[in-house]
Ligand binder design. Structure first.
Ligand code: GLC
Ligand code: GLC
Length: 831
């Protein structure tokens, strides 16, 4: 039996086309890339928010609904007795045709029924605080059609958390205004809020509703709103309860005629002294201006063309032509797109992340940078400063911050000892891409406290120092609350289910819990830091002022030496106390016992330390890396990728924390945590094992396993998900937590810099591919610091690694770095 298919890639249009609305899970897309964001599923479910999914939620969404994905922007079309939606839901009236095209920051959903086609294009125009919904209605019959069209959006009372819990207040606060075809949501505007939202349409309306109960009916569902079923709006006015916005429009279409209706869901902020135009009447000036920008088909089409142009430009910075569609479409389109989304959202808002749980993660956001920095470096620059501003003077940092306030999140606090290293990781990536050393001179505060500013370079230095100052008995880094693995909680010892594994530390001083993952991370970022200092010394020498971040040449060199020594010591400590014989240990626990050792019954081997210690090249010459990589293949690999640890924990270990709370094969307990697979892949490239790197890479590359997504993984086949259930799971292969995962940036970093081997460096583009022996030739076009490089890599004898010769514009260069220069350049690389 052929497996069912729910959709396919359309590379020419950079779209994924969904042809059956009953996907195995809602397959979503993201609209907006700056301030105003929307999530939209293939049946038009989802919600919108301004900047912060928790504090500035514009429309309401019900997580964990039954059925799944309940609520969204719905259009009801009543044609005689038939009521249907272009996106099938919520009425689920069988459609004559259905298609959803998810593209770059837009989604187009088209349905048809009884000779009427309704196609709705959803997007957030550039630099705009609004979502456009352009509906095109077409009469494909020989007779005139009179349709009753109802729109529907449900307002969230701004704070998405209290919106779901504080009903004794919420049911009394809702307020709206209606003016012409525009419904305004002004709840809490009377007091401290200076923002409101609106929903409008560019035509006269024949009625409206703003009160949910009047529109839907207390005992009805979204699928059968009373007003729609009866074909009669109530012209209701919300006072408290649940304010909504629904337009009612009567449309008559002659045979063959089509008509556009443009809906706009917008957000406005007013200055404090300009909030009202009369007592209790909101100042609508800015709303009017916004509405006027998108009130005709021509204006909307122009804005849409601009959005497409924007994406053309972004995606043209790095393109590959390999003759392998599956690789090309991920590199050229979807992987880069997912990187932009994770950069914007961090881990806040998806169909798995509720938008109220977490803000921006310190480590997550730094990692997301490497997937994004080549696209819009100026935004990456700001992000680095924002992140560093939440650091503490001792180098520790808030684990998360809220995007709206940019303040560190006190609920979670700090104490994750890997966090500081990631600041170096992100900053170095930024400088290598842009050559902008001036960022290091930026004055950046601690914990956002004015008056505490020091240079960003100083922040990097104290980040390194934080590791050095927190070493354990084996001179390996103390883990703190956890390292990258949030669930390896070695100082928690929790027996109370109401406690958080992440924030509880029940054991006092004297912990011996050390992390080999941080050790590897420290060596990788420490080497980066040393190279940065040396580069700074050079820059200081060359620049007339003689300094960049306040130091002179010799100071940078002294600093480089100091850190090189710390890196060397860490290297030794890992070899002495972190090697288990066939692979790297994972950690020492509170008492100093080994974790991730062959001596252990379960959890004998972990992926994180194999990844980071091989990326760091620890023991490369002695063959330790090869051994660790072989052991990973032997013990961690399964048909869907590499699991996190093996064997899975079968019981709760109080001394290990959350990791052992998950059933076998899920999440951090031996799931395939896709985020960390690229670490091993990069490790493979460091060891020059291109075939193994490729094999691991393609196992979790969405386009390679598209078929699996349709049936087994279930989540969106065009992006990576955070986790696929591992070999020890009850249902191996099920995917979860799609979209918002460090996997996006790591997959990008891996393929662009380590497999295809185009690596930004201080002086130019470093070329160092690591390929499967089947790869004989490919081309990459890379825009970099004002130049455009068309690079052809030739590998006729199928080598896995090693560049023989590079010519730039016909002239051989020495070494493997293409020096920066403006204009277009032809580069030929021979392996
Ligand atoms: C989640 C977190 C990330 C963490 C990972 C492993 O993806 O966002 O910070 O490193 O889980 O626990
Ligand atoms: C849970 C998840 C982990 C995440 C953490 C913090 O422990 O398993 O992936 O990073 O929560 O939110």
């Amino acid at each position: 039996m052929a497996e069912k298919k729910y959709g396919h890639f359309d590379d020419a249009n950079r779209e994924y086309v969904i042809t059956d609305p009953k996907t195995p899970w809602p397959w979503i897309n993201y609209l907006g890339n700056e301030d105003f964001f929307s999530l939209i599923s293939n049946t038009a479910g989802g919600y919108s928010f301004y900047k912060d999914a928790k504090f500035r939620r514009i429309t309401r969404y019900r997580y964990n609904g039954v059925p799944m994905d309940n609520g969204g922007r719905y259009f009801y079309i009543k044609d005689g007795d038939t009521v249907w939606n272009p996106g099938w839901k919520p009425c689920k009236t069988p459609l004559d045709s259905y298609e959803c095209r998810h593209g770059m920051n837009y989604t187009r959903i088209t349905g048809s029924k009884n000779g009427v086609e309704a196609s709705v294009l959803f997007f957030v125009p550039l630099h705009t605080w609004a979502e456009v919904q352009k509906m095109t209605l077409k009469n494909q019959t020989e007779e005139a059609k009179t349709l009753k069209v109802f729109s529907f959006a449900e307002w969230c009372l701004w704070n998405a958390a209290t919106d779901m819990e504080n009903f004794q207040r919420n049911f009394s606060t809702g307020e709206v205004e209606v003016e012409g075809s525009t419904i305004y949501h002004k709840t809490e505007y009377r007091e401290r809020r200076n923002h409101y939202a609106f929903y409008t349409v560019n035509t006269e309306i024949q009625g409206y509703d703003t009160d949910r109960e009047s529109f839907i009916g207390l005992y009805n569902e979204f699928a059968e709103p009373e007003a729609v079923m009866e074909g009669k709006p109530r012209n209701s006015f919300a006072h408290g309860w649940s304010p909504i916005a629904s337009h009612y429009i009567e449309v008559t279409l002659q045979p063959g005629e089509s008509r556009d209706l443009i809906f706009l869901l917008g957000y406005v902020e007013n200055e404090q002294d300009k909030k009202f135009s009369a007592k209790k009447v909101i100042n609508k000036e800015k709303a009017h201006q916004l509405i006027a920008k998108f009130d005709t088909t021509e204006k909307v089409d122009a804005a849409f063309a601009e959005l497409n142009q924007y994406w053309d430009n972004l995606l043209n910075i790095f393109t590959v032509k390999s003759g392998n569609d599956k690789l090309d479409r991920m590199v050229n389109i979807w992987n880069q797109y997912q990187c932009m989304i994770t950069f914007c959202m961090s881990r806040s808002a998806s169909f798995f992340e509720s938008g109220i749980g977490r803000g921006m993660g310190f480590r997550d956001s730094n990692q997301d940078l490497v997937g994004f920095v080549h696209q819009i470096p100026t935004r990456a620059r700001q992000r680095i400063i924002d992140i560093a501003s939440t650091q503490f003077p001792d180098g520790g940092c808030y684990h998360q911050y809220q995007p709206l306030t940019k303040r560190g999140n006190n609920d979670i606090g700090g104490g994750f000892n890997d966090d500081p290293c990631w600041l170096i990781f992100g900053t170095v990536a930024y400088i290598k891409e842009t050559g902008d050393f001036s960022i290091l001179a930026e004055q950046v505060p601690f914990d956002n406290q004015p008056g505490t500013e020091v240079s960003l370079f100083e922040h990097l230095k104290i980040s390194m120092n934080h590791v050095i100052n927190n070493l354990g008995p084996h001179k390996l880094p103390l883990i703190g609350r956890a390292d990258w693995n949030d669930c390896l909680n070695l100082n928690c010892f929790s027996w109370d289910p109401n406690e958080s594994f992440q924030t509880t530390e029940n054991k006092g001083e004297g912990s011996k819990a050390e992390s080999l993952m941080i050790a590897g991370l420290f060596v990788v970022t420490g080497k980066d830091y040393v190279a940065l200092c040396k580069q700074l010394a050079k820059e200081a020498l060359e620049s007339k002022e003689g300094e960049i971040a306040g130091l002179a040449e010799e100071d940078y060199l002294t600093e480089a030496e100091r850190m090189q020594q710390a890196v060397d010591e860490m290297n030794e400590a890992v070899k002495q106390h972190g090697w288990d014989g066939e692979w790297f240990l994972r950690a020492y626990d509170f008492f100093g016992n080994k974790i991730g050792s062959d001596e252990n019954e379960e959890g004998k081997i972990f992926i994180e330390s194999q990844g980071w210690c091989t990326m760091a090249g620890i023991g490369l010459e002695e063959g330790l890396c090869d051994k660790a990589l072989d052991s990973s293949k032997k013990r961690l690999e399964c048909e869907h990728g590499l699991v996190l640890n093996n064997p899975a924990y079968t019981t709760y270990h109080v001394e290990m924390g959350e990791i052992s709370s998950y059933p076998e094969g899920y999440k951090e307990n031996a799931g395939i945590f896709c985020h960390n697979n690229p670490w091993v892949i990069i490790g493979e490239t460091v060891a020059g094992r291109g075939n193994d790197a490729w094999s691991h890479y393609t196992k979790i590359l969405p386009s390679y396993v598209e078929e699996k997504y349709q049936t087994l993984h279930k989540v969106e086949p065009y992006v990576n998900c955070q986790m696929v259930a591992g070999k020890d799971a009850a249902k191996p292969g099920e995917g979860k937590n799609s979209w918002l995962t460090g996997t996006a940036a790591w997959m990008w970093y891996t393929v662009s810099e380590f497999i295809l081997g185009i690596k930004p460096d201080y002086e130019g583009l470093l070329i160092d591919p690591c390929l499967p022996s089947t790869a004989k030739e490919y081309e990459v076009t890379r825009k970099f610091r004002g130049g455009e490089y068309h690079i052809t890599v030739k590998n006729p004898s199928g080598n896995q690694k090693g560049v023989k010769q590079i010519t730039v514009d016909g002239t051989p260069i020495s070494g493997t770095i293409i020096p920066c220069s403006e204009g277009k350049h032809e580069v030929v690389v021979e392996m």
